[in-house]
Design a protein around this ligand. Structure first.
Ligand code: WQD
Length: 343
């Protein structure tokens, strides 16, 4: 009998690995499927160091329908899925859209097709990028999904449509789509964290790599926006808080027999922080200087977005608890760990 088995696709990634830790802490038995295209298997050893449990791991590409069908047919007792596996670089998706449409959509369609015979509670890793530049702030789940700013964001929009249609056709499927804001930080053990490949595109890993001397000064992408200090505003959320939201989503689906089998939640803190506020929070939390210079705006950036998060608080009984200083100090501790222990 499956001891609360959960299939976690993309489970060796940044958010996936933190979610595996929280699943184990909550008494679930996670099973990782990952093609390791954007992560390293060493992360599994790190998870074992944190939890004492070495999760089962299967390496294959969900875009390969044969491997996906074989795996699911050998695991017909899987009733819970958390689907992280996807490419996620906004900039790269603009340069190479077909790579993103193929990978992010084929993998989802293959997975759903393979699972169609068994009852499944499915948590989907979505994104606030589906909102584009919101008309109202904080943005609510009812806000209109806007034309995506990038092929990456469009794959998230299309994936949500695929999931909605599939729940309508398949009464055995329940879906909770979690629209993440900006995940940052690292586990308090500093044994897992964000492992960007190449020059980080995201703000916080760039800050920590610049501060440790791995990169040049931070370039702030524009300070002429219509915001208090002229720099863009985002809703940064600690990756451990985000990981815990996935467990809350599973628990909610396990007890919820509501007819509505496709639900969407904003997963953020509800608080906006500007680029300069994040840099300042890093310096205050670590005592380390983070030098920056102002550069041109970055194509595709929205001016500001932060989420209304009361729906997740009320229905998932989940609320972010960790603040910006802890996000910064934990990201810095992880940067120092990987300097001593390269992965
Ligand atoms: C944040 C702000 C940049 C780097 C990310 C993910 C996306 C989605 C949402 C999950 C922006 C500025 C950045 C730098 C800078 N997450 N910046 N200098 O663009 O909000 O999107 O979170 O789905 O997948 O990409 O995050 O960290 O790239 O940028 O000034 O060196 O920091 O312009 O205003 P973004 P980000």
């Amino acid at each position: 009998m499956s001891a609360k088995k959960v299939l976690v696709t993309g489970g060796t990634g940044f958010i996936g690995s933190h979610t595996i830790v929280e699943l184990i802490n909550a008494g679930y038995t996670p099973i990782i499927v990952d093609d390791l295209s954007n992560s390293t298997p060493q992360i599994i050893d790190q998870i074992q160091k944190i939890t004492g449990v070495k999760p089962a791991f299967f390496k294959f590409d969900l875009c390969d329908a044969k491997s996906t069908n074989e795996f699911i047919s050998q695991n017909t007792d899987i009733k819970r899925v958390i689907h992280f596996a996807a490419y996620k670089s906004v900039g790269e998706s603009v340069q190479n859209p077909l790579k993103y449409y193929r990978n992010n959509l084929y993998s989802l369609v293959n997975l759903l097709g393979a699972l169609s015979e068994q009852p499944v509670n499915f948590v989907f890793s979505s994104s606030c990028t589906v909102y584009g530049e919101p008309e109202q702030l904080p943005v609510t789940e009812e806000a209109p999904v806007k034309i995506a700013e990038s092929p990456y964001g469009n794959t998230k929009q299309i994936s949500e449509e695929i999931l909605l249609d599939t729940t309508r056709a398949n009464a055995k499927l329940k879906v909770t789509s979690l629209r993440y804001f900006n995940p940052v930080g690292a586990h308090s053990s500093a044994l897992i964290g964000e492992l960007p490949i190449g020059v980080p595109q995201n703000l916080v890993p760039y800050i920590t790599q610049a501060a440790i001397g791995k990169r040049g000064d931070i370039v702030v992408h524009g300070n002429d926006y219509n915001t208090p200090d002229g720099t863009c505003i985002r809703d940064y959320i600690h990756v451990v808080d985000l990981a815990k939201a996935h467990i809350a989503a599973l628990k909610s689906m396990e007890k919820d027999s509501a007819e509505n089998r496709f639900k969407v939640y904003n997963i953020g803190t509800g608080k906006g922080s500007s680029v300069l506020e994040v840099i300042n929070a890093f310096e205050e939390a670590t005592g380390v200087k983070a030098n920056y210079k102002i550069g041109p705006r970055r194509a595709g950036d929205v001016e500001q977005i932060f989420g209304k998060v009361v729906k997740a608080e009320k229905e998932l009984l989940w609320k972010a608890e960790l603040d910006l200083p802890i996000m910064m100090s934990s990201a810095w501790a992880w940067e120092n760990y990987i300097k001593q222990n390269p992965m």
